[in-house]
Design a binder for this molecule. Structure first.
Ligand SMILES: [Zn+2]
Length: 224
């Protein structure tokens, strides 16, 4: 039986054709529009739909152009984690796009400024990533921004402490498995172009194979 407050978070990146140059390895995280729509259909029709939430990383322009209308069509909402250093650049959301997402009742969180590995930057640099992105997004949205997703899913104990000390109420990783509403660190399940339907179904229903859970935990601990 599912524990109280337990739910699954599905994380997306770009959808469709990228409109900017991708980072090394990033192409695996881009989904075709058809694949994205088929995953959303599976979420929308899932018996535990209320225990599934959706996020997007990086602030790609496909968040508003493709994802938001498809979410709306299915009565779904999502949280979009934006890289503030890319706001207004080709292929990324503009400030007006971010406000349009808010108007569609979507949520906005921070993914930092420059897409850096937060375990590899100095405390001062991380402080800047966290405070500057939060302030800029709050200025654009006209409301507080309380959650952050960690670039590449990398984190350690000092990253989590600084995220918390900067005033965020949740830190999102990509470690896989279930999240809990009462916990600060929220593991997510990132969709890749090669994610098969049976893997997706396991993730959606919280039936993640134990070997996968252990592998993901070992990976997370490796960088601590
Ligand atoms: Zn990212």
């Amino acid at each position: 039986m599912a524990k109280a407050g337990e739910y699954r978070i599905i994380n997306f990146h770009g959808i469709g054709e990228p409109r900017r140059e991708l980072e090394p390895g990033e192409v695996d995280y881009w989904l075709s529009r058809d694949r994205f729509v088929s995953i959303l259909d599976r979420i929308a029709s899932h018996p535990e739909r209320e225990r599934i939430s959706i996020t997007f990383d990086d602030g790609n322009s496909s968040d508003l152009l493709i994802a938001a209308p498809e979410l709306q069509r299915r009565g779904l909402r999502a949280e979009f984690f934006v890289l503030t250093g890319r706001i207004g650049e080709a292929g990324s959301l503009s400030a007006d796009d971010i406000r349009a997402l808010i108007d569609l009742e979507m949520c906005i969180g921070s993914h930092g400024v420059a897409h850096r590995d937060w375990t590899q930057v100095s405390a001062n640099e991380l402080q800047y990533e966290l405070t500057a992105s939060k302030a800029q997004l709050e200025g654009i949205c006209g409301r507080s921004v309380n959650s952050a997703s960690m670039p590449f899913g990398w984190y350690n104990a000092s990253v989590l402490k600084l995220v918390r000390d900067t005033g965020y109420r949740a830190a999102y990783s990509s470690a896989g498995g279930s999240a809990n509403a009462s916990e600060f660190l929220k593991p997510r399940n990132s969709m890749r172009s090669g994610t098969a339907d049976n893997t997706l179904d396991d993730v959606l229903s919280g039936q993640i194979p134990i070997w996968k859970m252990l592998r993901n935990r070992a990976r997370a601990r490796f960088r601590i």
